[in-house]
Design a protein around this ligand. Structure first.
Ligand code: NDP
Length: 400
């Protein structure tokens, strides 16, 4: 039996909370702590009486280390699940270190002022976490998250040497809006407007944003346009699978999304440079976020499926081998189960599973680690049990 402190109460947190209370045999007590307490109270009211998990709520500004320490010290959780924003990673890690509690997140640190993301600052906690005998599990969503578990699974069960990995993230969901983002708009737009990046022959190669396009025929979805973008798990996978010769990340985008995004970029609405508007300083991207649909509101409108997975090429027993492992998730089925669309679902479920791995002691490597460093087997089993069934192919279409 374990206690989890869940920080944040947005789209992803809501799914993770639903899954923790479904998994009441592991999580007998949770505390939902977020900036807007009314959201935590509304979710508690929805779930109370439907689970034996005891739920409490708290108001928390997770930019403030002292405030996080106070909540941890009074609630005494076995794990802190950071499901707020990447901006809060370092303050929450610092609070976990001071109180000696395990930490988990789903996105690597970036500062509000600088859209460059990297694991550097979080990896710097490694020795201190090790000395405190606690674990920091970085990136326990889907991508990063399950994609790293897929890499560990491929390496453990299918390959002696992995030469190349293509991570493919397809969201074929239709929410009926001309433009909306499926998770936090500010974080999403920062990610997709950044230059693309991939790793080949020992070097990182930068591309212009959306410069490299491919078409892929996704199982259960069909042909979709996808674009090479920079994505954080590539940084840790290159470190943890040192023989790798190339890794790329592709994400699908529809024509309407890209047309709107280009237009918003061209007029300056995606900028994170503060401007003066009628005597107030505002950040255009944050203003844009305020007028876009809340991702949590897309659930009831979204139809279609997601397909996220990894295609590997390498050798096993001296012979060349291809392997594709992926999950297909249906937006409407997710909504029916937990009241959220598939992008939040595919992130919130692995967050709960990662927390379960830590509190049950199945994963007990101390220090700060990315998810592909742990034994993938119990996590792969739990994916099938908690709603993210995976499928595999040994003769997949390849990406040129
Ligand atoms: P939302 O914007 O829906 O939710 C964020 C939540 O964090 C909100 O409840 C917000 O409070 C709260 N929050 C923000 N700042 C603070 C703060 N200073 N103190 C306390 N709480 C705060 O985002 P999502 O749920 O869509 O995304 C959550 C995280 O998941 C993000 O880091 C995102 O990058 C990551 N993610 C990871 C994916 C993966 O596959 N690995 C995929 C998708 C998302 P308020 O209600 O007041 O706004």
């Amino acid at each position: 039996m374990a206690k989890a402190l869940i920080i944040g109460c947005g789209a992803v947190a809501s799914v993770a909370i639903h899954k923790c209370v479904q998994n009441f045999e592991v999580f007998d007590e949770i505390c939902i702590a977020s900036r807007t307490k009314s959201k935590c109270d509304a979710l508690k009211a929805k779930l109370d009486g439907k689970t034996s998990t005891k739920i409490s709520t708290a108001k928390l500004d997770a930019n403030n280390v002292e405030d996080i320490v106070k909540i941890i010290s009074s609630f005494k959780p076995d794990v802190v699940m950071n499901l707020a924003l990447p901006y809060q990673d370092l303050t929450i890690m610092e609070a976990c270190l001071r109180t000696k509690v395990n930490y988990l997140d789903t996105a690597n640190y970036e500062s509000e002022e600088n859209p460059q993301f990297s694991y550097k600052e979080q990896w710097e906690f490694n020795d201190k976490f090790k000395a405190a005998n606690i674990t920091g599990l970085l990136g326990s969503g889907f991508d990063p998250g399950v994609t790293g578990v897929f890499v560990a699974h491929a390496k453990k069960h299918h390959f002696d040497i992995i030469d190349t990995i293509d991570i493919l993230d397809c969201n074929a969901g239709d929410h009926g809006y001309p433009f909306a983002t499926n998770f936090n708009p500010e974080i999403n737009i920062r990610e997709v407007t950044a230059p693309g990046m991939y790793y080949e022959a020992g070097k990182w190669i930068e591309t212009k944003s959306m410069e490299i396009k491919r078409i892929y025929d996704f199982p259960e979805i069909g042909k979709r346009d996808m674009y090479l973008i920079h994505h954080e798990e590539m940084e840790s996978i290159v470190k943890n699978i040192p023989e790798i010769k190339r890794i790329r990340f592709f994400m699908t985008f529809g024509e309407s999304y890209l047309r709107h995004l280009r237009c918003l970029e061209n007029v300056g609405m995606t900028s994170i440079e503060p401007i003066n508007f009628q005597g107030h300083e505002i950040i255009p991207l944050q203003f844009l976020q305020a007028v876009l649909p809340d991702p949590a509101s897309l659930g009831p409108r979204t139809k279609g499926k997601t397909n996220i997975g990894c295609i590997f090429h390498g050798t096993k027993d001296g012979k060349p081998k291809d392997y594709y492992v992926y999950n297909v998730c249906d937006h409407e089925a997710c909504y029916k189960e937990v009241g959220s669309q598939a992008v939040a679902y595919t992130t919130g479920v692995p967050a709960m599973i990662g927390a379960m791995m830590l509190v049950t002691g199945k994963w007990n490597l101390k220090g700060v680690h990315n998810i592909e460093e742990f034994d993938p087997d119990p996590f792969m089993d739990a994916l099938n049990k908690f709603g993210l069934t995976w499928q595999e192919s040994f003769n997949p279409d390849k990406v040129e």
